[in-house]
Design a binder for this molecule. Structure first.
Ligand code: NAP
Length: 262
């Protein structure tokens, strides 16, 4: 049995939809106070209202996590509303596709600024509050794409997601003396609004390439984030957990076909 997280203060970035929304709802369900962050106030407010309707406590906050001033304001909002910051789920990310040759400097900068620099800015903004309490949980949303696998069109994205893990390893060493852990969830293909944008054909092919033959749900990722946030995970830091229905495991298409033949 895990110690209750009731009353803990949680920031979830990129929480207006997709995985972040799933994480925010899950932490709301277990009694945390959730700051729901996205660039659009109305959409963040709407998820906060969903949490409140389900009996939880939440507040929407508009911030662009690629901007330092916004991240500072976000951290102050959590402290003002909920009295501190216990848990940060740095989840906001973008995944526009562009193949090498067509990819512009602006394309590359946009992905790195949100996914990688945004991780640094978000974590940095929350650190003073966590260090003061000598306790904290930081959970990054990375990916299998970059750290483990590749996909055409996502060289910038893969670099940003692998970069998050490099950031995590040193951050976890630096922050260990303060009782702050830094870990990452590495999702496979998860059914979200963002993934819907990839089109029905992409989604069908992805389902076929997962041994469990389905995309992951946002709850699959939220549960892993929740585990990293527990008191019981206090001695786990600098680690990534793959949540992908076995997607990275088949060594070839033949392995999946062999499974179908059985
Ligand atoms: P999504 O459905 O497109 O949602 C992205 C969220 O991030 C939205 O709430 C968006 O809200 C917010 N956001 C984007 N840029 C932001 C910024 N600069 N500042 C603040 N918020 C920002 O995406 P998703 O599929 O849930 O993905 C979420 C995370 O999981 C990303 O880091 C992604 O790389 C990772 N991931 C996803 C999958 C997957 O299969 N879905 C797989 C592996 C990893 P606003 O537009 O209102 O700002």
């Amino acid at each position: 049995m895990f110690t209750s997280l009731r009353g803990r203060s949680v920031i979830v970035t990129g929480a207006s939809k997709g995985i972040g929304r799933g994480i925010a709802l899950r932490f709301g369900e277990v009694g945390c106070n959730v700051l729901v962050v996205s660039r659009k106030q109305a959409e963040a407010d709407s998820v906060a209202a969903e949490i409140a309707e389900a009996g939880g406590s939440a507040k929407g906050f508009a911030a662009d996590i690629s901007r330092q001033a916004d991240c500072g304001a976000m951290a102050r909002a959590a402290i003002d509303h909920f009295g501190g910051i216990d848990i940060l789920c740095a989840n906001a990310g973008i995944f526009p596709a562009a193949k090498l040759g067509a990819m512009t400097e602006a394309d590359f900068d946009a992905v790195i600024n949100t996914n990688l620099k945004g991780t640094f800015l978000t974590v940095s903004a929350c650190l003073p509050a966590m260090k003061a309490r000598r306790n904290g949980r930081i959970v990054l949303t990375s990916s299998i794409t970059g750290p483990i696998t590749g996909y055409p069109g996502w060289s910038h994205y893969g670099a940003s997601k692998a970069g998050q893990l490099g950031f995590m390893r040193t951050a976890s060493i630096e922050l260990a003396p303060y009782g702050i852990t830094v870990n990452a969830v590495m999702p496979g293909n998860i059914a979200t609004e963002g993934l819907d944008g990839m089109g029905a054909d992409y989604i069908r092919k992805m389902e076929q390439s997962v041994p469990m033959r389905r995309l992951g749900s946002v709850n699959d990722i939220a549960n892993a984030a929740l585990f990293f946030a527990t008191d019981e995970a206090a001695y786990i830091t600098g680690q990534g957990i793959v949540v992908d229905g076995g997607q990275i495991l088949p060594e070839s298409l033949a392995a999946l076909e062999e499974m179908d033949a059985a």
